[in-house]
Design a protein around this ligand. Structure first.
Ligand code: SAM
Length: 325
C-alpha cells in the first residue's frame, strides 16, 4: 500500500488499487464464461464516472433523486444517530449525497471516501475539503468487494465509525455476497459502528427497464464504455458499431444489463481470441431489488440490527440505519 500526500491537495490518498494485471485477468475470466460477463467495478474509469453522473440526472433514473429526497427529509434524525462519529463512504463516486449529511452535521470532523476509481475519488475529496473547511477528508482507493485492511489512521482511532453506502450499489452483489460484504464492512466499523445504506425496492419492470435503458442512450453509452476501456487499456479490438445494449428485468428479482453482439465476430485481446455469436449477450451488471424485510434479513445474517428505516411516499427506495449487534 502507498500513502500519497500531493502537496497541491489537502487529501491523503491511500492507494490500494488493483494493478492492470488484475484488470486483464478478471476481464478475461468473465469473457470466458458461457454467460460472458464484465466486472461492473471496472465500468467507472473517468468517462464511466462522468456517464454515471449523467445517468443520475435522467428522468427515468428515479433512484438518485428519490434517495436524495429521503436523505434530505431525514437528515436531522440521521445526524443525531451519527453524532460526532467518522463517516466512511463506500463507492463514494462524486461524493454528492454525503453533502446532505455534512450540511446537517457541522460537528463532523473526518470523512473517509473509498472508491476504485482513483482520480474521481481524489477530485471529489478535494472538492469536499474546499467546500467544508475544517473537514478532514481521507481517500482510500480500493476494491470494497475484497476484505479491506485500513491503515492505522489517527483520525479514526477510538471514534464511532459510521459506514455510508448509498446508490443501491449493494444490488450489484449476489445476495450471498451481500452477507459477506456486510461482514467485511463490519470489521472496519467495530466495535460499535453503524451503517447507513441505500437499497432499491422491488417494483414493476415498466419502471425498472427504462431506468436502466433510457431514451437518450446514456445507460447504453455507460455500458458500451466498457469496450472502449478494454480497447484502450488491454489493446482489444471491439468495434462499437457491432454491439448494442439492453436492460431486462429477470423475475428472480433483478434487472440485468447486457451488451449484445450484432453479428458473429472474433475479438482479439492480446494473444486471446474471443468469439461472439450474433445476438450473444455480455452482461455488464445486474441490480437486485429487495423488500425492506428481505434486505433486513440479509443484514441480520451479517450481524446487524436495525435502528431506523426510511422510504419515500411512493415506496421506490429505502434507506436503512443499521448497527452492529
Ligand atoms: C453506482 S456509483 C454510486 C456513486 C455514489 N455513491 C452514488 O450513490 O451516487 C458506484 C461507485 O462505486 C464505485 N465502485 C464500484 N464498484 C466498486 C468496488 N468493487 N470497489 C470500490 N468502489 C467501487 C464506482 O467507482 C462508483 O464511484
Amino acid at each position: 500500500m502507498t500513502a500519497t500526500l500531493n502537496l497541491k491537495s489537502p487529501v491523503v490518498l491511500y492507494d490500494l488499487h488493483p494493478p492492470l494485471d488484475d484488470f486483464r485477468a478478471e476481464v478475461l475470466q468473465g469473457l470466458r464464461q458461457p454467460q460472458k460477463t464484465f466486472p461492473p467495478k471496472f465500468l467507472y474509469d473517468k468517462r464511466g464516472a462522468e456517464l454515471f453522473d449523467a445517468i443520475c440526472t435522467l428522468d427515468e433514473y428515479y433512484l438518485t433523486r428519490t434517495e436524495i429526497s429521503i436523505l434530505q427529509d431525514n437528515a436531522a434524525a440521521i445526524a443525531m444517530l451519527i453524532g460526532d462519529g467518522v463517516l466512511i463512504e463506500f463507492g463514494s463516486g462524486s461524493s454528492q449525497k454525503v453533502r446532505i449529511l455534512l450540511d446537517a452535521m457541522p460537528q463532523l470532523a473526518t470523512y473517509l471516501g473509498l472508491d476504485i476509481s482513483k482520480q474521481h475519488l481524489q477530485e471529489s475529496c478535494n472538492r469536499l475539503v474546499a467546500d467544508y473547511p475544517g473537514l478532514e477528508a481521507i481517500a482510500v482507493c480500493t476494491d470494497y468487494t475484497q476484505p479491506i485492511a485500513l491503515p492505522d489512521i489517527p483520525a479514526l482511532r477510538h471514534k464511532h465509525k459510521v459506514g455510508f453506502f448509498p446508490g443501491s450499489s449493494i444490488g450489484n452483489l449476489e445476495p450471498a455476497e451481500v452477507v459477506q460484504f456486510l461482514r467485511n464492512v463490519s470489521v472496519l466499523l467495530e466495535p460499535h459502528g453503524d451503517l447507513l445504506i441505500g437499497v432499491d425496492l422491488k417494483k414493476s419492470k415498466e419502471i425498472l427497464e427504462p431506468a436502466y435503458d433510457d431514451a437518450l442512450g446514456i445507460s447504453a453509452a455507460f455500458a458500451l464504455n466498457a469496450l472502449v476501456r478494454m480497447n484502450r487499456e488491454l489493446g482489444s479490438d471491439f468495434d462499437l458499431n457491432n454491439f448494442t445494449y439492453t436492460a431486462v428485468y429477470n423475475p428472480i428479482g433483478r434487472i440485468e444489463m447486457y451488451i449484445i453482439s450484432l453479428m458473429d465476430q472474433t475479438i482479439h485481446l492480446g494473444d486471446q481470441e474471443l468469439e461472439f455469436r450474433a445476438g450473444e449477450r455480455l452482461r455488464t451488471e445486474h441490480s437486485y431489488k429487495y423488500t425492506v424485510e428481505e434486505f433486513q434479513m440479509l443484514a441480520a445474517a451479517a450481524g446487524y440490527g436495525v435502528k431506523s428505516v426510511w422510504t419515500d411516499p411512493e415506496h421506490l427506495f429505502s434507506l436503512h440505519y443499521l448497527h452492529l449487534i
